[in-house]
Design a binder for this molecule. Structure first.
Ligand code: SF4
Length: 342
């Protein structure tokens, strides 16, 4: 294992004395010399902001793109999936907390040094159509994602983020030319929930989502429906209404079943009736593509034509059982289905 690189961060400004202000995510931390930002992986070293985890990868796997989940993006293809340790959120129910919260709990940032050239070569060798920056929050390993995505784009490999959507508009505009698709976790529609449960805020996420759509990135949204946190009818209606009204009815919404984890291991799983309410909230708001997540075998994993209701892509978990799309359109009635299909 070679030692990982420490790299000057992108998107920051110098401030008073040797203070710096990071402009990468919605926290916009002001960082004194010798200190790190909220994510704990960006450090002010004598007035220069440094990424401590530039290429320190803690995960490199090949996953089906359906696992992200991205359902309207190159279905049935594999995605090289990479992560560095750390996160700018502190969600009490995080399912990857061992790596996302590692820097916060004083454990070493660690990881294996894998430079962008090697990642792109690995994607090619393993016949991956895309590279996904996932598992933890790609924003906090932005420099590696940016360098890799640029290189991958030149080799016709697509790039995907799986993100909490807390990027600043400036960060979105920086990565957008190389970012093909993103799944954003819209965790709630109450600022109080974001502050209490995730130590973050709602408004930057909504702004980021609108910026991503405006920048032409293919966007899918996921909401983990957590009993007692975001499962009221009013809140589900608010999320669905925001997606349909502000992002567009073509944006797929994945409503996923929650299973207890991390500090919320005692919270019960989402009842099937609650998930059904969430699906219905999406359809009532006019969303054309609403999917159930974490319920393998459920018919709501399938893609149906919004015009004639034919089943076009049949899925079981992350596996495609049948794909009847024809050139990005319904094989029966010819309706164009939004997404990036080839
Ligand atoms: S990425 Fe976000 S949390 Fe980390 S230093 Fe920058 S503004 Fe702060």
């Amino acid at each position: 294992m070679s030692e990982s690189e420490k790299r000057e961060a992108m998107l920051y400004e110098g401030g008073e004395g040797q203070q710096v202000r990071c402009r990468l995510c919605g926290h916009e931390c002001v960082i004194a010399p010798g200190k790190t930002g909220i994510c704990r992986v960006r450090e002010n070293q004598g007035g220069k902001l440094v990424s401590l985890n530039y290429d320190a990868l803690v995960a490199v796997n090949v996953d089906p793109i359906e696992k992200k989940p991205l359902f309207h993006f190159l279905p049935g293809t594999q995605s090289l999936s990479v992560a560095a340790a750390g996160c700018n959120f502190q969600c009490a129910f995080c399912q990857n907390w061992q790596i996302s919260q590692a820097p916060r709990t004083g454990r070493i940032v660690g990881g294996q040094a894998v430079p962008p050239e090697d990642l792109v070569a690995a994607a090619e060798q393993r016949r991956c159509a895309s590279i996904s920056y996932t598992y933890t929050e790609p924003t906090i390993f932005f420099e590696l994602a940016y360098d890799t995505a640029r290189l991958a784009s030149e080799r016709s490999i697509r790039n995907c983020f799986v993100s909490n959507g807390f990027m600043t508009p400036r960060a979105v505009r920086t990565i957008a030319p190389y970012l093909d698709a993103i799944n954003v976790d819209l965790k709630a529609f109450r600022d109080e929930t974001y502050r209490r449960v995730c130590k973050a805020r709602l408004e930057p996420v909504l702004t980021c989502l609108k910026e991503l759509v405006a920048a032409g990135v293919w966007v899918e949204v996921t909401t983990l429906v957590v009993p007692g946190m975001n499962d009221s009818q009013a809140e589900l209606d608010d999320i669905a209404g925001f997606i349909a009204g502000e992002l567009g009815r073509d944006v797929p919404w994945h409503v996923s079943r929650f299973h207890g984890d991390y500090q919320w291991s005692d919270v019960p799983s989402t009842p099937p009736a609650t998930l059904a309410r969430a699906l219905e909230a999406g359809r009532s708001a006019g969303l054309k593509y609403v999917y159930a997540g974490n319920v393998p075998g459920d018919e709501n994993e399938d893609t149906r034509c919004p015009a004639c209701s034919s089943t076009l892509i049949r899925r079981v978990g992350f596996t495609i059982r049948e794909n009847r799309l024809s050139g990005g359109a319904c094989g029966d009635c010819g309706q164009v289905i939004a997404g990036l299909w080839q």
